[in-house]
Ligand binder design. Structure first.
Ligand code: 5GP
Length: 195
């Protein structure tokens, strides 16, 4: 496709954006494929290299920055680098699909700035910072220290919400999923499947 689009979902960690992105990917009529980011953080127990992320060593990540292989990259947390490889977007557009991103707010706005005409940038807002903390604790993937770090960052991230094209408040997951589907479906011009 010559007019591949970019759909960005950004939010503070724990807002539910990954759940929303996974839901959208299960709808083939949207013709989406997930942009697999590169990261220097270690894999979590159930994560697969080349599926959830391309897991790189810190030095490999830095080498790719030097080689100008990233469309955008960010040191999201100290020594934890995340980035979108240019080759990833090319791969998906070649497949004739639109690229969907699950990335932090700075990266999301970078993508929007690089491709303003082809990007739908959506911010997923948690109902409150307190609720966010509860969700991160329930997830049990981070230590208390790391949770506090993510919560502290969330307040700063929330302030960027007005720069996005749309804000979805994830209070009731079912409603948030529907809202996300409708937004994306309209943006990519997908035909609704018959019920
Ligand atoms: P996690 O460690 O929970 O998988 O991700 C931490 C944060 O990094 C999340 O907000 C996630 O969306 C973000 N992130 C993941 N991939 C990228 C990327 O390619 N670029 C940027 N800028 N952030 C990313």
């Amino acid at each position: 496709m010559d007019e591949g689009k970019l759909i960005v979902f950004s939010a503070p960690s724990g807002s539910g954006k990954t759940t929303i992105v996974r839901h959208l990917l299960r709808n083939p009529e949207l013709k989406l494929d997930f942009s697999i980011s590169a990261t220097s953080r270690s894999p979590r127990e159930n994560e697969v290299d080349g599926k959830d992320y391309y897991f790189l060593s810190l030095s490999d990540f830095k080498q790719k920055i030097k080689n100008d292989e990233f469309l955008e990259w960010e040191e999201v947390y100290r020594d934890n680098f995340y980035g979108t490889l240019k080759s990833e977007v090319e791969r998906i557009w070649k497949e004739g699909k639109h690229v969907i991103f699950d990335i932090d707010v700075v990266g999301g706005l970078d993508i929007k700035n690089i491709y303003p005409e082809r990007t739908l940038a959506v911010f997923v807002k948690p109902p409150s910072i307190e609720e966010l903390k509860i969700r991160l604790k329930k997830r049990k993937t981070e230590t208390d220290d790391k949770i506090n770090m993510r919560v502290a960052k969330a307040s700063i991230e929330l302030a960027t919400a007005p720069q996005f094209d749309f804000i979805i408040e994830n209070k009731h997951l079912g409603t948030a999923l529907k809202e996300a589907y409708n937004l994306v479906s309209e943006y990519v011009g997908a035909e609704k499947p018959s019920e």
